[in-house]
Each structure stands twice: as structure tokens, then as C-alpha cells.
Design a protein around this ligand. Structure first.
Ligand code: ATP
Ligand code: MG
Ligand code: MG
Ligand code: MG
Length: 479
């Protein structure tokens, strides 16, 4: 089944259950000071859950463009390394605003997966919230009993608070969730294992595809929970992961959501995907990141030096760097993928067709300018090497290249290694730390889906740099 049919089948199924099909909200959030990008299907319905606005329909369904590169949901470092986390992805969802609850949500999810889409029941696991006595939260026996009618008991797994209890923030709606996981290990592989290993939802080839959240409590300012007067359902299923399962693949990148892009990258750069892990990671990063960048620009967010624009610029630069370093691309080429992407997704998301020219031009310009930076950085690095009387390059020098000239430290490390030099990693980190200390607001940690900014500590987000070394510098400036 083609991905476009899978998307339609999902929406049609919930339409048949009296849901209104609504459009995806923009991926770039313009009217919510607490959120830069949509990171889940439920974002656009936040006001309904908080009870601030009444919904037009009490049952809705859609596919939502999501971006998970900041705050609580930051998957950037996983992207390319694994084969099922993306920066931009589609989240299929169905919602009940004070309408149906656990019974329908669970039964319909199962019906869709096993009867309509015909996924083999034997590869599905479900999880339920096991409870948390320290918080006075009970096990979700209601969900357990409902699942028991559909799934053998040994495939209903208990999940802890971090995986199976959802909270909007420190206050507000919250409740237990049930996840559905798919085991994509081969029968051969499974024949070799038994017992707990068979139902291990944390195995890398047991992939979470759908999360059903049951909002039944309201967390009050003092931390206590009260029952919500109207209970809600919020579900989210990873579209690309569902395509992987239905197209019998082991990786999202082997589905028709990504293969046209990957074939195009192969043709342009003259590499073959699937032979060398380093090249494969680079190809996946580029195929993934171009989607994030293209959809952002189509939604009106151009790359820039501040806020959401800076996040987009960093994502594009990360793709350029992977191409430059591992695919040996020294000329702009990522912009050439836009036509393929538009052809693949333009029907479901016409904004790609409308903005095709703008996206292409902006990406080409960004590429050209960052490749110039990389070229200049290489010359500067040559000078640094020539002037160094040690085989280890000082951390302050690496930091200067990074901070003043925008030359990525991981690239510096790679080039130094190739030339028989090393870099003073500790010295570099010390400089980074000093910079971090200079902007005290950087200690602000986003722990919930929304970061509530108070008026008196309002800051302008200037951007962050995510480095291969897993250090993230968050830059804020007081305004
Ligand atoms: P995971 O544990 O795999 O990171 P999650 O629990 O963070 O997923 P949810 O917040 O429950 O994800 O989102 C609902 C669904 O969206 C998930 O079940 C998954 O199928 C999909 N999903 C989540 N993050 C990503 C991502 N980065 N790329 C693609 N699909 C994703
Ligand atoms: Mg996650
Ligand atoms: Mg999860
Ligand atoms: Mg989840």
C-alpha cells in the first residue's frame, strides 16, 4: 500500500466513526509564546482541553506536521542514527473532546490496525500505566480490562510514569496512556529468544507506533489531582512508522515516504545507500532535514539568526555539513531535492507546491553561503595548524573558529584527525562552559510540552547549537 493510501485510510476510518477531518495546523507556531513548533497533534487543540474554548466538533481526526527539535521533545541527535526518529514527521491522530473515552479509543485503534490495515496481531504489544504509589496514582485497570478482550495477557506490558502517564505541563490536564508497539524482528530472530525478551518493548526493533492518551485528571497548582469533569482522548500515531510496518520494511527510510529522496541523493552525489554506515547516516540526515526545512519555509518561517528561524538554519546547516563531510559535496545540492519532495507530498500538503520556488531559492542561497563559511573555515584552520607548535590544537582556537566564524567543532575534529592532529577537547568544552555561564538564562530547562515564560523574565530566544558531542548551548538574551 502506498503511503498516500495509508494516510487516506486512517482518515477515512475515523470519518466512518463520525470524526470531522480537519487540516494540519502549521508546523511553525506563530500565536503561542510558549511553543515554537508544533510537536504533537494535540497542540492545536490545547484550548479545548484546558476548557477555555468549546470545540466545534467533539470528534476530530487529522494528520499533523510535527517538528521535534527543541524542548521536551528533542530527537535531533537520534535522527539519521536510528531509522525511526525524524525531525519533521506526520502524526496521525483522533480526538474526543468530552465525547467517547477509553473503550472506543482502544477498540477502534485495534480494529483499524488489525482488521482494516491487517497488521498481524502476533507482532503487536500494548502497554498500560502500571500506577505510581508515590503519587497516589492507580494502575490503569480499566485500560487493562479493555485490552484483555483483544490481546493475550502476556502481550500487555506495564509501563511507568515517564512512558505511560502524560501531563501537559506542571499544571493542567493529564492522565494515563496506552501505547501500541510493533515487533519488526524476523521470525528467525524471535525463534532464538524466549520469555521476557520476547515482550521487551525497549528492544530497538520493537517500535512504538501509537500512543493513546486518556485525559482524566487535572493537576492543580499545589500538585494534587482532581478528576476532570469532561474526559478527553488524544491519540498520536507516527505515520512514517506505520508505513514501515505496512510496507514490510525495517526502516522508515525504506518506505516510499523517503525512497524517492534517497534515490535522488544517490543520483546527485554518486553514492549508494546501504553499503557504508557513515554514508547511510549522512543520506538519512539529508533526506530527513530537507523535509523539516521545506515545510518550515512553506509555513512562512525562513532561516534566520533568531528564534525559530535560527533553529531552521541550524537544521539545514547540519544537513549541509553531513553532505560536505561524508558525501563530499562542495556545491549546493540539497535544493535540488525540493522538486522530488513536492512531487511526493504536494498532494497532501499543497503549500509545498505553492511555495516550491521560494523554498528552492532560499535553500540554494543558504547552502551557497554556508559552504563559503566552511571554505573560509578551512583556510583559517590551515593557519591555526601552521602556527601550532604542538600536535594538539588548543581548545581556545577551536572555540574561536566555532564561535566567531561558525565553523562546527566536530568538523574541526574530523579534519584535524585526518591530518594527524588532535584537538584539546577539554579546553574546548571549558570555553563552551564559560560561554554558557555568561548567559545565565541558559540554565532554563524545558521539562514540559510548553515552557511557560513569565512576563518579568521574558527572554528572546537567540538559538541553540546542537553539537555532535551532545553539548547544547542555549543562547538567550534578556529583552
Ligand atoms: P518514542 O518513544 O519513539 O520517542 P514518543 O513516546 O516520544 O516516541 P509520542 O509523544 O507518544 O512519541 O508521539 C506519538 C507517536 O508519534 C509515537 O508513538 C511515534 O509513533 C511517533 N513519533 C514520536 N516521535 C517521533 C519522531 N521523532 N519521528 C517519527 N515519529 C515519531
Ligand atoms: Mg520520543
Ligand atoms: Mg515513547
Ligand atoms: Mg509515546
Amino acid at each position: 500500500m502506498k503511503s498516500s493510501e495509508i494516510r487516506s485510510q486512517f482518515l477515512q476510518f475515523f470519518e466512518s466513526k463520525k470524526h470531522a477531518v480537519v487540516p494540519s495546523a502549521p508546523m511553525v507556531v506563530k500565536n503561542d509564546p510558549t511553543l515554537m513548533f508544533t510537536n504533537a497533534g494535540m497542540n492545536q487543540f490545547k484550548e479545548y482541553f484546558l476548557g477555555n474554548t468549546d470545540p466545534k466538533n467533539t470528534r476530530v481526526t487529522d494528520t499533523q506536521k510535527c517538528l521535534r527539535v527543541s524542548g521536551k521533545h528533542n530527537d535531533l541527535e537520534e535522527v539519521g542514527m536510528d531509522t525511526y526518529h525524524h525531525t519533521m514527521f506526520e502524526m496521525l491522530g483522533n480526538w474526543s473532546f468530552g465525547d467517547y473515552f477509553k473503550k472506543e479509543a482502544i477498540e477502534w485503534a485495534w480494529e483499524l490496525l488489525t482488521e482494516v490495515l491487517k497488521i498481524d496481531k502476533d507482532i503487536l504489544y500494548v502497554s498500560i500505566f502500571e500506577g505510581d504509589s508515590s503519587e497516589g496514582l492507580e494502575r490503569d485497570t480499566e485500560a487493562f480490562e479493555l485490552w484483555k478482550k483483544l490481546v493475550p495477557e502476556d502481550r500487555i506490558i506495564n509501563g511507568n510514569k515517564s512512558d505511560n502517564f502524560w501531563e501537559m505541563g506542571e499544571q493542567g490536564p493529564c492522565g494515563p496512556c496506552s501505547e501500541i508497539h510493533v515487533d519488526i524482528r524476523s521470525a528467525e530472530e524471535k525463534a532464538k529468544i524466549s520469555g521476557a525478551e520476547l515482550v521487551n518493548k525497549d528492544h530497538p526493533q520493537v517500535v512504538e507506533i501509537w500512543n493513546l492518551v486518556f485525559m482524566q485528571f487535572n493537576r492543580k497548582a499545589n500538585g494534587s489531582l482532581e478528576k476532570l469533569p469532561a474526559q478527553h482522548v488524544d491519540t498520536g500515531m507516527g505515520f512514517e512508522r506505520l508505513c514501515m510496518v505496512l510496507q514490510n520494511k525495517k526502516s522508515n527510510y525504506d518506505t516510499d515516504v523517503f525512497t524517492p529522496l534517497i534515490r535522488e541523493i544517490e543520483a546527485i552525489t554518486d553514492v549508494t545507500y546501504g553499503k557504508d554506515e557513515k554514508i547511510d547516516i549522512a543520506v538519512r540526515v539529508i533526506a530527513d532535514h530537507i523535509r523539516a526545512v521545506a515545510f518550515s519555509i512553506a509555513d512562512g518561517q525562513l532561516p534566520s539568526n533568531t528564534g525559530a528561524g535560527y533553529v531552521i538554519r541550524r537544521i539545514l546547516r547540519r544537513a549541509i555539513r553531513y553532505g560536505f563531510t561524508f558525501l563530499n559535496t562542495k556545491e549546493p545540492f540539497i535544493y535540488k531535492l525540493i522538486d522530488t519532495l513536492t512531487k511526493q507530498m504536494g498532494k497532501a500538503f499543497p503549500e509545498l507546491v505553492q511555495e516550491n520556488n521560494l523554498i528552492t531559492n532560499v535553500v540554494r542561497e543558504e547552502e551557497a553561503s554556508f559552504l563559503r563559511t566552511l571554505d573560509q573555515g578551512l583556510i583559517l584552520l590551515d593557519n591555526v595548524i601552521a602556527e601550532s607548535d604542538s600536535k594538539e590544537i588548543a581548545g581556545t582556537k577551536v572555540f574561536e573558529l566555532y564561535d566567531t566564524f561558525g565553523f562546527p567543532d566536530d568538523l574541526t575534529a574530523l579534519i584535524l584527525r585526518e591530518r594527524g592532529y588532535t584537538m584539546d577537547e577539554a579546553g574546548f568544552k571549558k570555553e563552551l562552559q564559560k560561554q554558557k555561564d555568561r548567559s545565565r538564562a541558559a540554565t532554563k530547562v524545558a521539562t514540559s510540552d510548553w515552557v511557560e515564560l513569565k512576563e518579568d523574565d521574558e527572554e528572546e530566544f537567540v538559538g541553540y547549537d546542537t553539537l555532535q558531542t551532545n553539548i547544547r548551548i542555549t543562547r538567550y538574551r534578556k529583552v
